[in-house]
Design a protein around this ligand. Structure first.
Ligand code: MRU
Length: 352
């Protein structure tokens, strides 16, 4: 079995991940075959992005299931699950693999399921890109799309073309003149390091900005829409994404600019009614007191200064113009949920 994406490789014996903390200056592939290596890689954001962490964890679990017993698999699944709390894709992928009854683990089936999830994600990304581009061309009549995006939602963060970046690259493929403003995304700089790198690789015209510059950019009329990814969407349409997304949503509303959220339907958590049910990961103070990465480690804040470092924030549904999913584009979260529940019921009836 062979699975390969921009930042993930599995050849049936070894799992390798592109260390995203060292991009863009160094491209270092790390061995993450052992589940504990994978857990470290996910916690430290060497492997990151909601879809990818779910897929990487699933492959790691399925691979290890070939050699250890069911009890050990259950323990490892629990540890993988706890590695990052906000992105529901991690729980979704692990649940898909762990759906067997006690004593009935089938390691071969788990590997097939992990591969299926991987290929499924590629197909979901393609559909998000297509639906998003069609919808935006129809709804926003401009001679040039000038899109502001946040964090990194591309090939690095998924098995395929990405979510928000997938939409952007499809639009650019069709129109040829898209310009992207890339928010640098403090504290871990996924925009400045990863999205800027992906934009350059894709030859998409872009400008990097510090997060605090978005307001002036919008006021000056230099942006006509905001497109971001998501880590969890609640039933009412509230969604969690990288910290700073909510600020963009408030700014966008103030300036009359539509904000779109793009993601696979595996990011919709039907168990969450609203934002208040979404757990938000809090991370190390050192990430805010300074920077760490291949560009060096530097601390500028006093070591004793208390820090608050939530990795994500939640954007209320009323600030979202549309939810761009693989199933289609929704302007009403209730319709999105109704369709999802309906198709789940159909699948159950067919006994799948
Ligand atoms: O902490 P990260 O870098 O994993 O956060 C990633 C994001 O917030 C992305 O926007 C989200 O996971 C969607 S990736 C397609």
């Amino acid at each position: 079995m062979k699975l390969e994406s921009m930042s993930f490789r599995y050849d049936g014996r070894q799992i390798s991940v592109l260390d995203q903390t060292r991009l863009p200056h160094e491209q270092v592939w790390l061995d993450a075959t052992e589940p504990r290596q994978m857990i470290e890689a996910i916690k430290s954001l060497r492997v990151r992005g909601a879809p990818l962490i779910g897929l990487a964890a699933a492959v790691a679990l399925a691979h290890t299931a070939q050699t250890v017993n069911e009890d050990e698999v259950r323990t490892i699944a629990g540890e993988l699950r706890a590695s990052r709390p906000t992105a529901v894709n991690l729980m979704y992928c692990l649940d898909r693999l762990m759906k067997f009854a006690p004593g009935q683990m089938d390691a071969g089936q788990m590997l097939n399921d992990a591969a299926e999830l991987f290929y499924e994600d590629q197909a979901l990304c393609d559909r998000i890109a297509k639906h998003g581009a069609d919808f935006l061309k129809e709804k926003i009549k401009v001679s040039q799309f000038k899109i502001l995006t946040h964090c990194n939602t591309g090939g690095l963060a998924t098995a395929g073309v990405g979510t928000a970046i997938g939409v952007i690259r499809e639009l650019n493929k069709q129109l040829g003149n898209v310009h992207v403003f890339v928010d640098e995304t403090r504290p871990l700089l996924q925009g400045g390091r990863l999205t800027a790198w992906e934009m350059a690789k894709l030859s998409i015209s872009h400008t990097l900005i510090c997060d605090s510059m978005a307001a002036s950019l919008m006021r000056d009329g230099r942006v006509n829409c905001v497109i971001v990814g998501c880590d969890r969407i609640a039933r009412n349409g509230d969604f969690a994404n990288k910290i700073g997304t909510y600020s963009l949503a408030v700014l966008a509303r103030h300036h009359g600019i539509p904000l779109f959220v793009a993601g696979p339907s595996t990011t919709v958590d039907l168990q969450c009614e609203s934002a208040k049910d979404i757990p938000i990961e809090e991370r190390e103070a050192a990430e805010v007191r300074g920077v760490t990465g291949s560009f060096g480690n530097m601390t500028w804040a006093p070591a004793e200064s208390p820090v608050w470092n939530p990795a994500f924030d939640v954007t209320p549904h009323e600030l979202v113009a549309a939810w761009i999913l693989d199933r289609g584009v929704y302007t009403e979260p209730a319709v999105m949920v109704e369709e999802m529940v309906g198709s789940m019921a159909k699948t159950e009836r067919r006994g799948l």
